[in-house]
Ligand binder design. Structure first.
Ligand code: BES
Ligand code: MN
Ligand code: ZN
Length: 486
């Protein structure tokens, strides 16, 4: 998708969207007099006074577009990037549902940096167009793709920022589409194939270690998790080289469980199907690598996705098993449903072996994360305060949220095993923290952040700006964080 800028709406537009603050009578730039008059009429009637109020539209005769939609941008003094993203997304998504294909936007910037706002506007518009109904046939299947999107502006910085936003939005939608695929159509081999195609298109180095190479290389942890499935595991590797050959790598590692049944410690039937999205962390990493390949920063980045399917079978790993790992540490398996940390153990180790000196991992790791922070934000854990603080700063500047949780030594105590180096669970208490403490064992002493996206990878209900299902949330921050190290 492209978002053009133009100084006026010309041609046959289905809709013009105008965003207005409730506490500021100034309107977005470049509007024609007729539109201004109509928008002011809406304002006098008290319409669009509430944030995201998008119930105000008319068909003005002789107007610049067939429909004028006035949307509430809330108070100018409260205006934030996260809200701006949702504002543009809401307008685009509501209009698209009504069949609009050509939409013009005149949206305000408040007192924020105009380029930063323009970028999130573009992100919001692109994210809102994600259609999860890919498997519908016949009637439910409508072509609702936006054909032409214009932003009213005559500033080059806005144009560049919009383009950047489209890059982020489209890569996030790509990640969402991967996460959204059901387990029968997204097992490790196919995830690797999707990563390979992306790498070829955008010019990244690609590798995927199959079962034979994993065995030869001693990747005992991921092999154990994958051994119960007819679909063999893969260790997917994407490489972006923006700096010199001998420069270190920034390592991104994403959990790639293409379906998590729980294995022998099988999950209850209710909601098990949602575990098709248990490779969201991996999908986010693949999307992030795509953005980096497009933006071409001067830094080397590794994207690693340990991909496996967690299934019960007579070949499956069992509770009580003791398994090895690429790192060498031995793991006592208490619960086969705590599989994410096991595949990540080998993923993190491999990232280090390939030259990563900084690590970030993303994973739908624990149900306890959903209990702790709900659907509002991912939890982050880290061993290096400066690195963690910098990440939180980045999320704030990107208009996203994350919340730091502790890695107290008690959590490491809780997962000590009496027969091996470490247990894969420490019981229910502090479930997200003990999971993070497990991962820490495989990070060397490198600066590392673990992001538990269990609560935010997937939205149960539809939002005005986002379809139900895979969200793509935090990819923007992840990429900005890497860029901040370039
Ligand atoms: N993939 C799940 C975590 C999850 C749960 C993600 C809900 C998204 C929504 C993970 O593999 C898992 O099953 N974790 C267990 C760990 C437990 C056995 C220690 C959990 O959270 O119940
Ligand atoms: Mn599990
Ligand atoms: Zn899982």
């Amino acid at each position: 998708m492209r978002i053009r800028i133009d100084s006026k709406v010309s041609g046959d537009f289905d809709a013009l969207v105008v965003g207005i603050f409730s506490d500021d009578i100034n309107l977005p730039e470049l509007l024609d007099d007729k539109t201004k008059e109509l928008v002011n009429k809406f304002r006098e009637l008290g319409s669009a006074a509430k944030p995201l109020d998008s119930d105000n539209s008319i068909y003005p005769e002789g107007g610049p577009a067939n429909r004028l939609l006035v949307i509430g941008a809330g108070k100018k003094t409260d205006f934030k990037l996260s809200f701006a993203r949702n504002l543009a997304g809401t307008a685009a998504r509501q209009l698209r549902k009504k069949g609009a294909k050509k939409i013009a936007f005149a949206l305000p910037f408040g007192e924020l940096d105009a380029a930063a706002v323009a970028q999130v506007y573009a992100e919001g518009i692109v994210l809102s167009t994600f259609d999860p109904g890919t498997y519908r046939t016949g009637e439910g299947k409508e072509e609702k793709i936006l054909e032409d999107v214009v932003f009213l502006s005559d500033q080059k910085v806005i144009k560049d920022a919009l383009e950047r936003g489209v890059v982020f939005g489209e890569a996030a939608n790509f990640s969402r589409s991967l996460a959204h695929e059901p387990g029968n159509n997204m097992y490790p081999e196919l995830l690797a194939e999707e990563a390979r195609k992306m790498a070829e298109t955008y010019g990244l180095e690609f590798d995927a270690l199959d079962k034979k190479r994993l065995e030869e290389g001693g990747f005992k942890a991921i092999l154990a998790v994958g051994q119960g499935s007819a679909h063999e595991p893969r260790m997917i590797v994407l490489k972006y080289k923006g700096a010199g050959e001998n420069e270190p790598y920034f390592g991104l590692v994403g959990k790639g469980i293409t379906f998590d049944s729980g294995g022998i410690s099988i999950k209850p039937a209710d909601g098990m199907g949602d575990m098709k999205m248990d490779m969201s962390g991996g999908a986010w990493v693949i999307g992030a690598m795509r953005i980096l390949a497009q933006l071409k920063p001067k830094i080397n980045v590794l994207g690693i996705v340990p991909a496996a399917e967690n299934m019960p079978s007579s070949n499956a790993y069992r509770p009580g098993d003791v398994i090895g790992s690429l790192e060498g540490k031995t793991i006592e398996v208490i619960n086969t449903d705590a599989e994410g940390r096991i595949v990540l153990a080998d993923g993190l180790t491999y990232a280090r072996q390939l030259g990563a000196t900084k690590l970030v991992d993303l994973a739908t790791l624990t149900g306890a994360m959903v209990i702790a922070l709900g659907y509002a934000a991912p939890g982050i854990f880290g061993t290096n305060d400066e690195f963690s603080r910098k990440f939180l700063d980045t999320t704030e500047k990107a208009g996203e949220k994350a919340w730091q949780l502790p890695l107290f030594p008690e959590y490491s105590e809780q997962i000590k095993s009496s027969i091996a180096d470490i247990m894969n669970t420490g019981g229910r208490a502090g479930g997200s923290c003990t999971a993070a403490a497990f991962l820490k064992e495989f990070t060397g002493d490198l600066p590392w952040i673990h992001i538990d996206i269990a609560g935010i990878a997937y939205t149960e209900g539809e939002k005005p700006y986002l379809a139900k299902g895979s969200s793509g949330y935090i990819i923007r921050s992840l990429v900005d964080f890497v860029l901040a190290h370039a």
